[in-house]
Design a protein around this ligand. Sequence first.
Ligand SMILES: Nc1nc2c(ncn2[C@@H]2O[C@H](COP(=O)(O)OP(=O)(O)OP(=O)(O)O)[C@@H](O)[C@H]2O)c(=O)[nH]1
Ligand SMILES: [Mg+2]
Length: 315
Amino acid sequence: MDAIRHETAVTEQGKEEFRAAYVAIIGRPNVGKSTLMNRLLQQKLSIVSPRPQTTWHRILGIRNLPQAQLLFLDTPGMHKSDAVFNQGLVRSARRAMADADIILWLLDASRPEDPDDQLILEQLREGKPTRATVILALNKVDLVEKPLLLPMIDRWREACPVAEIIPISATKGDNLARLESVLVQHAPVGRPFYPPEELSDRPERFFIAESIREKVFGLLHEELPYAVAVQVEAVRAREGRDLTDVEATIYVEKASQKAIVIGAGGQMLKKIGTLARPEIEAMLETRVFLRLWVKVLEGWRTDQAALKRFGYLEP
Ligand SMILES: Nc1nc2c(ncn2[C@@H]2O[C@H](COP(=O)(O)OP(=O)(O)OP(=O)(O)O)[C@@H](O)[C@H]2O)c(=O)[nH]1
Ligand SMILES: [Mg+2]
């Protein structure tokens, strides 16, 4: 990433003031919200996949800078849906918007015409559910021909009264230093909300479960990844040894899905474990013995109690 220069507030006495802001990263599914948060944090916190609706929770990621603390909220993609599960996702994104000082609205510049973008635009125009400063980032500019970019920026400037419009590429890192400096400029003056060593408010078990879910997204096809929830049952360090036992259950909705997740001779489940284990080892900084189970929880995506248990319905 480029060297980052920070604009800082200067008081009348010439002393720089610290700034702190909750920055909700919102946008329709698959525009690159999680990729962007990971890149800004220089740490992989949120799972990423080429499919829409990968992120299912609001995830806090803390960026500590010399003169500011930016509290990024990665959110599920905003979209129209009648399903209980999807409405839970959208509600969680709206909650993050309501909590934010700054809304970082992400568009996919390579696919700029999408009805779900219009939905978000209407909400922001009405000032609902927020009155925060809105910054619009046009992501994936690496996929857009340069001459198309300026007219696109002009079009969005007319359509939406936002504080700034910044073209970026979350995967390539283009313009992210500028984005960060703009976020700091718009952050309110205030003390940090978290001690500087903290990276998130989620427990380690959450990130273990997410790592396993990401592998399911990568390895399984069609609707199956959307039928999978992961719960970590145990994380036990073995005394005096550089080894931790981790046990997790992969829940599916139907018996037929269970057979696919396990695979012939257990091959699929083995693959999931083989890919997730090194990530969990890096997270826990020990070797890991990972045990995975697959269980059927009939129709969990429409079951309020199950949705609450997996943390997909916020109170
Ligand atoms: N070419 C290109 N691809 C990108 C860029 N940013 C993200 N992507 C890709 O877009 C896809 C979706 O990225 P995610 O970060 O999972 O998107 P998201 O907005 O978090 O998606 P949901 O969680 O489903 O709402 C992935 O395949 C990313 O690699 C970018 O700047 N350029
Ligand atoms: Mg995401």
